[in-house]
Design a protein around this ligand. Sequence first.
Ligand code: LMR
Length: 332
Amino acid sequence: MRKLVLAASIAVLALAGPASAQAPIVIKFSHVVASDTPKGKAAEKFKELAEKYTDGKVKVEVYPNSTLYKDKEELEALQLGAVQMLAPSNSKFGPIGVREFEVFDLPYILPDLATLRKVTDGPLGAKLLKLLEPKGMTGLAYWDNGFKQMSANKKLVTPADYKGLKFRIQSSKVLEAQFRALGSIPQVMAFGEVYQALQTGVVDGQENTWSNIYTQKMHEVQKYATVTNHGYIGYVVVVNKKFWDGLPADIRGQLDKAMKEATAFGNGQSAKENDEALAEIKKSGKTEIITLTPEQDAAMRKAMDPVYKDVANRVGQPLIDEFIKETGGVSH
Ligand code: LMR
């Protein structure tokens, strides 16, 4: 009987031989937001297309909502090869020594997504991605989320309303300077910890896109949100460079195609998703949404303008100038 079982398993192994020699290449894709967000959906689309185009030779495992790693840890995990792919926001590359992506954080630097595309799809976008290579990462794409709004338990209408309030920020010195310009106290915190920090009063407010606010239920613990559109959150899809370079060329080509299509899909619907999230927040009745008059909006812009000078050394004035030139924007 034993012999039979042994023979049977050998037969099974022999049958499985060629297949097991080609066990799928696994891409662990870790991210910090909910699946039902612009980034979450683009990641799922990439998984679907990558597995389809490689005919199952690649398996993509998506881990959303900080289930594997929080912000800083996920970048370290990518560099170590514990995961293969991430899409951190532009604001999160400073701690690994690439501060240039913080240029995207400058207040009011982008009037709309079409203008953003001029940068990400142009030579500056490509140049920025190259900066990741010495850090062991290859930048594959820019994914959108959208424009940030302010929230707090206090009405935020004029710059003076921000004075003395504690705001959670992503790990970007530009964002730190932005809140300092408003007289607030910025506090760097991982995305996965924001809801609790707002709920317990560790911080008074935060800035984020409607889709992030809604899917993390921040609106349930913030009495007010102000439509400011003062900044942008977008992502750089990064892959471990050694892993990427070591892939067979045909597989890399198929993954590139999947990434291009997932990017077009995700970027094509991010604005709609943020609009829908805002509608849901309004429907919940838990947060009062404040809209600014043109005069109030102008006062916010003026209050944040000194940030450009404050961070010129960190981000690099030539980079700021190049960015503004590509967007056709106004110099500060
Ligand atoms: C944040 O930390 O607020 C965002 O970058 C989260 C995200 O990935 O959208």
